[in-house]
Design a protein around this ligand. Structure first.
Ligand code: ADQ
Length: 484
């Protein structure tokens, strides 16, 4: 295990993401306080930041407001202002109405608006300029995700001294889908401003390396993309490779082992009925997560009489997400109607087959849910990684429980001993649910042991070491070249 400080070698770490990893919380006395917030990205990088300290540039969560930089623990936070118009066009529009569906296999149809694209460029430029102003000489700048794909190129123009890393948390689409994007050349060039581009899966990196040749005239040799010489610019290379993200597995295990969480898990089991099998789904309420497919399979099992509300319950935690985007409003309506229909048809007084919770929970409560659940049901139609699957496994030091996992998640590349399913195949999902419910204890144990090994072998520290290790190697090389 090597020390992250060795990786940074005294260079400042600058994190750049659409959203700062904090929420403003109103206290009872009317004052406000900033607290770190939950979510995929923060969960993943928090241990790294805690260790190294950093400057974090991002939006603070409220529109039409200028907020002064502030500090929390070892983080210095530099808020980027966004207007409500930009929220609608850059964030809800281009990021979540164009890129998100395009990059997730067009599960929902992407919408292409030129005004959204204009706004995306403008906001990306604002981020790049702010980083250029704030970053220390020779800093390592780590840009996150699809909302900021133009930042690497823009920043390189402004600050050639910094090393730029980009990490895409969501899938990179096959070239036949990426080809739809009217601004495919600009996005490709934007990303290629980075020195290192990290992807979740091998296939994402392969997809990207295909498009760079076509749209930026930059061919790949293995993992390395070579950007040809241009007037006034020497040729340079970009590493584009998979670095599958992970979780603080030990942290989750310790949390799940705490007396409070164990007590809470027992309480949840008692409230739901100790003789019932508990199935658990945890997702942002997003159409990529396959929640409708999961509910359909569950409903059919009830209809077929394979399970009943007396013996089985599905707890679906769906945290509110992107509520201003139309596709998300439609999904919420559909899910809530379905939940009502299932409970109406198959519930009895005291026994609802479905418990639907539309809200966010603390990490303790999540760990208690993981511990209480006999089966975790993870059914995305497409997902960059899916941390919920890894969190469930990390919490199960008892080697109990079963994981149903969609083949279309990045996590499925690593968690080979899950019960792998194709969420489009409803019969297959039903069969996996029944199998998981009746999985013999020794098979449960064997599978969970192997899953836990996979999660621990590549936990967040390992991921950070691999990724930042590659970035630091590039930074060292660059310093050497600049000194010559
Ligand atoms: P997400 O799409 O948000 O992340 P996921 O990887 O499952 O998906 O991460 C969700 C995180 O939020 C988990 O840590 C989970 O515990 C937490 N969470 C979910 N619902 C919650 C609730 N109701 N209350 C509290 N916490 C909740 C994106 C990509 C993923 C990728 C991650 C990280 O879409 O594919 O795995 O980034 O790169």
């Amino acid at each position: 295990m090597f020390d992250l400080r060795d990786v940074a070698r005294g260079r400042e770490l600058v994190m750049v993401s659409n959203r700062l990893p904090v929420d403003r919380v109103r206290l009872p006395d009317g004052s406000a306080e900033w607290r770190t917030s939950p979510g995929g990205l923060v969960t993943a990088v928090e241990p790294i930041v805690r260790e190294l300290g950093c400057l974090w540039v991002g939006w603070a969560g409220s529109t039409d407001e200028e907020i002064e930089p502030f500090e929390i623990g070892s983080m210095r936070l530099a808020p980027i202002p966004l207007s409500s118009d930009e929220m609608a066009s850059y964030y809800e529009g281009f990021s979540n109405g164009t890129l998100w569906p395009l990059y997730h296999d067009v599960i929902s149809a992407p919408v292409y608006h030129r005004t959204w694209w204009d706004s995306y460029q403008r906001v990306n430029r604002r981020f790049a300029e702010r980083v250029a102003e704030e970053a220390a000489e020779g800093a390592i700048v780590w840009v996150h995700d699809y909302q900021l794909q133009l930042v690497p190129e823009m920043l390189r123009e402004l600050r050639p001294d910094v090393t730029i890393a980009f990490f895409l948390h969501i899938p990179f689409p096959p070239r036949s889908l990426f080809a739809q994007l009217p601004w495919r050349r600009q996005i490709t060039r934007g990303l290629l401003g980075a020195d290192v581009i990290g992807f979740q899966r091998v296939q994402d990196a392969v997809n990207f390396r295909f498009v760079t040749e076509r749209y930026a005239g930059a061919p790949a040799r293995g993992n390395t993309i070579v950007i040809p010489e241009a007037p006034g610019r020497p040729s340079r290379s970009v590493l584009a490779q998979e670095f599958p993200i992970s979780i603080d597995a030990g942290g989750f295990e310790a949390l799940a082992a705490s007396p409070e969480v164990r007590h809470r898990a027992q309480e949840i089991r008692e409230e739901l009925g100790t003789d019932r099998t508990i199935l658990l789904g945890v997702d942002r309420l997003d159409y990529t997560k396959g929640i409708r497919h999961r509910l359909k399979a569950f409903e059919e099992l009830l209809e077929d009489g394979e399970i009943s509300a007396q013996d089985t319950v599905l707890v679906q935690v769906a945290s509110p997400s992107r509520e201003q985007v139309e596709a998300y409003q439609r999904l919420r309506e559909e899910v809530e109607v379905t939940v009502g229909r299932i409970n109406g048809a198959h519930g009895s007084i005291g026994h609802a087959p479905l418990v639907y919770l539309h809200r966010g929970y603390s990490r303790d409560e999540m760990a208690a849910l993981y511990l209480a659940a006999d089966v975790a049901v993870v059914t995305p139609l497409r997902d960059g990684m899916n941390l919920v699957a890894k969190e469930y496994v990390a919490c199960r030091a008892d080697e109990g429980g079963a994981l149903i996992l969609s083949e279309f998640t990045g996590a499925a590349d690593e968690l080979r001993d899950a019960l792998l399913i194709n969420p489009h195949d409803i019969e297959g999902v039903k069969a996996a649910m029944l199998r998981a419910i009746h999985l013999p204890r020794d098979e449960q144990r064997r599978r969970m042991r192997s899953l836990r090994r996979a999660v621990y072998d590549n936990d967040v520290a390992h991921w950070a070491n691999q990724y930042l290790g590659s970035v630091a190697a590039v930074a060292e090389n660059r310093s050497r070249v600049l000194e010559q």
